[in-house]
Design a protein around this ligand. Sequence first.
Ligand code: ATP
Length: 355
Amino acid sequence: MASVDLRGLRKAFGSVGAVAGVDLAVRSSEFVALLGPSGCGKTTTLRLVAGFLAPDEGEIRVDGRVLSAPGRVVPPERRGMAMIFQSFALWPHKTVADNVSYGLKFKGVDRAEAGRRVEAMLRTVKLEAFADRYPGELSGGQQQRVALARALVVEPGILLLDEPLSNLDANLREEMRFEIRRLHEAFGITTLYVTHDQAEAIATADRIAVMHRGRVVQIGSPQEVYDRPHSAFVAAFLGRTNLIPGWVEGPEAFHATRGTPVRTAPAPAHLVGQAGVVSIRPHHLRLQAEAGPPNRFEGKVLRATYFGEGMDFLVDVPSLGQSLRVSAPPTPQVAVGEPVTLTADPIHCLVLPEE
Ligand code: ATP
């Protein structure tokens, strides 16, 4: 499979710098998710990789060969890539089998061989019984499987997916995440996957590249990015968290804006003596006071929401001048209006820069 290297990539639309200097190396057979909020430049990056857009600066190499540079772009059909869009983009008047075989005809594969490959691919995506149906006769999830089959059957070196699950309902989306990962493990195609859905990125990707304002601000395995975010932005975008603004007094000493001390995990040296934030995930706050931990915050329950698998509390903490989200098991614990003491192990109190 092919490796993809983006170096110093920039693309502006008028005065909008959609992609503002992206460096990203995707290894052969790796699955990388581009994750970020709306407008951060994910789709523009993908369209640059696909060859639909030319960069203003920088270059894109595939296996070391330059496919895009300012004024020099190998056209999409000659880049050995397949792309899957949010809209599926199936041919409505062709059957499932004809949709899947379309790219093979285009590549000049003979009919008998194309027939064999289409049949095998439909088996892989569990649609062998639907070969003669039309897209309008399929559910959203089945249509998405056809789109996947059509992209994979041409054996691309690189697969590009742009929010491929956003038109599906919540249950199907969850199922299709696992399906996309399964197909990746079966075929090992180098994949770039654009999404704003953190759960999708976590379930599918080997590495997540978090984008913000046209740049990749952090890249790592899902666990690395979740457990060791480099900034408050990344901590808040990947999973829920509580952010407490303040001042970094020392390597393990933080003062919240109201002066309340928070014992933290060791802070990066360059943040000491600066303004910063402490990030505490809701499941790292304990609702009942535990003996021992130095971080104890007195508060009052503002909201208690039952979610079946757990409870979500919002607790007002006057000493911090803000409320904190707390996740807890679903056993009845405390009611709205009751006083509580929250505790947090310093190891889970991460000192981060704002950006
Ligand atoms: P979303 O998740 O909403 O699709 P995104 O992260 O994929 O967002 P892009 O579509 O790459 O973001 O857009 C990045 C920025 O570039 C946005 O401000 C967008 O308005 C702008 N932009 C994108 N395409 C064009 C275009 N063809 N003309 C003008 N501006 C554009």
